[in-house]
Design a protein around this ligand. Structure first.
Ligand code: ADP
Length: 479
């Protein structure tokens, strides 16, 4: 019998994406269908999204006053995904991004995402207008954090899961908003909604949900430690028995070098196309000859991602023949630092500040190695794209990076299982050493090519992870 799950999130590919969260939310419905779970994705109707539905939108729920204005829920399909859009113009119809506009974060983000969570819980209680009612509510990150709590307050008959994609974002809000957010005042306690004198929607979800997941086994362990838990380590550790880490998969329809329209096709058995892509990428960025490894970075340019470590390693890396191409945007100082490096060595370093999905594909197709020196990384996707494209990942041994890349140490190389390079801790010394190892490995053509192929043979699709989500949902219903 098909069972039903309502996924509540602020982003979903293909409708809106600012990070890996959107990839996961968009991939799960298709992957879970194989396990007899029907997932509907609920997200805000940001400007322009209703028009993107492939079917005529159907009104499935209405509310005359949802946090200060009228709202309805419109159901439809996009790319085969069942979506329900919360259409509340007073909350979501504004120019700018999903969380902030030209003036910075929206003043009412707490209300905006509490409304999404509240409406999700109301659906869990009463169902949608077409008779659809979920068995499970699956909330994502702080934006969905209040949903498991509202489910409890409303006594809605569903089990709840919350997934932490990044603990750095916690949905802090002024406790004076408690009543406006329809939260019971007696819940403002240290073991419920209160967080260092404020409200935190993420904490609310972590306390209320029946199960907590995060996006890799290593990050699940790290989250219980002060170095990574960002203040919530105690809350998560107290619920350790309900915490699991389930790695994200990769959409192999989109990320596969044998069928990627942006690259000359290649595969582990036929690698010739990769050299063509490398030459084309070097040309696209106007670089000169790159005799050593051509490293790429596709990333938000933020301190989390360890981008600040890169400039310090460049002199030696370039001296050993390396080249670098960076695509990303983020903190002004980091954008400036990589741009300055490129100005100094335009023959070896290319930089594109911005967001460009198609270019990112060409970079994975043509790069030799992808650098991911993150300080923390819940799962990370680009190292997995690197594995799939024979673009050897060089990563910090943290979170999902540690779970997906096997370091080319002598034992792993002789056992024939290495897939990349890892380093620890995330500092300039260890990163510099890893870049040295990268150059040496690249010169050892036989080992290099074995490592590329090992990565390309990994099973990175959603099959294993979706089976784990399905098993988790089922265990909750059976409990
Ligand atoms: P995070 O969600 O923390 O930003 P992830 O590695 O989980 O990191 O996901 C980032 C996603 O965004 C990946 O799909 C990556 O390819 C993509 N991405 C990041 N920056 C850019 C960019 N400038 N252009 C194109 N894609 C990007």
């Amino acid at each position: 019998m098909t069972r039903r799950v309502l996924s509540v999130a602020s982003e979903c590919v293909p409708l809106l994406k600012t990070g890996g969260l959107a990839d996961v939310v968009g991939a799960l419905p298709k992957a879970l269908a194989d396990h007899d779970w029907q997932m509907r994705v609920m997200m805000p109707a940001y400007p322009g999204l209703i028009e993107r539905l492939a079917t005529d939108p159907e009104i499935l729920w209405t509310d005359a006053d949802l946090f200060g204005g009228t709202a309805n829920i419109l159901g439809g399909k996009v790319d085969g995904i069942d979506v329900v859009l919360l259409n509340a113009p007073h909350l979501y119809d504004r120019p700018g991004g999903p969380y902030s506009g030209p003036q910075g974060d929206y003043w009412d983000n707490a209300e905006r995402f509490a409304a999404l969570s509240w409406a999700a819980a109301a659906i869990c209680k009463a169902g949608l207008g077409d008779g659809w009612k979920p068995d499970i509510l699956h909330a994502h990150d702080w934006q969905g954090g209040f949903a498991p709590a509202y489910v409890r307050y409303m006594k809605a008959p569903v089990k709840t899961v919350i997934t932490v994609h990044n603990i750095a974002f916690q949905g802090h809000a002024d406790p004076a908003k408690l009543a406006a957010l329809r939260l019971p005042p007696e819940e403002f306690r240290a073991d419920a909604l209160e967080y260092y004198g404020a409200l935190s929607s993420l904490k609310a979800g972590l306390v209320a949900a029946d199960a907590i997941t995060t996006v890799s086994p290593t990050y699940a362990n790290e989250l219980m430690r002060p170095e990574f838990g960002m203040g919530l380590q105690g809350v998560i550790a107290a619920r350790a028995a309900t915490v699991s880490g389930i790695l994200n998969g990769v959409d192999t329809e989109v990320w596969s070098p044998s069928k990627d329209p942006e690259v000359a096709p290649y595969s582990a058995a036929k690698m010739a196309g990769k050299a063509k892509n490398r030459a084309a990428l070097i040309k696209e960025f106007g670089l000169g000859e790159v005799p050593g490894p051509l490293a790429i970075v596709v990333s938000r340019l933020t301190a989390q991602k360890g981008i600040d470590l890169i400039p310090g390693a460049l002199d030696e890396f370039l001296g050993r023949g390396g080249g670098l191409i960076v695509l990303g945007s983020g903190e002004a100082a980091l954008e400036g630092a990589v741009a300055q490096a490129a100005r100094g060595r335009p023959d070896r370093i290319g930089v594109m500040i911005g967001y460009d999905e198609a270019l990112s594909h060409r970079m994975f197709g043509g790069g030799d190695a992808v650098l991911v020196p993150s300080r923390f990384e819940p799962c990370g996707l680009t190292q997995m794209y690197g594995l799939a494209y024979g673009t050897v990942p060089l990563v910090a041994a943290t979170g999902g990076l540690a779970d997906t890349v096997i370091d080319a140490n002598p034992a792993a190389v002789s056992a024939g299982v290495a897939t990349g390079l890892t380093f620890h801790p995330t500092d300039g010394l260890a990163f510099g050493q890893a870049m040295r190892r990268l150059c040496a490995l690249y010169e050892d053509r036989k080992t290099w090519s074995k490592i590329q192929r090992n990565g390309m043979k990994q099973n990175l699709d959603w099959s294993q992870s979706s089976a784990r989500y399905a098993a988790l949902y089922e265990s909750l219903l059976d409990a």
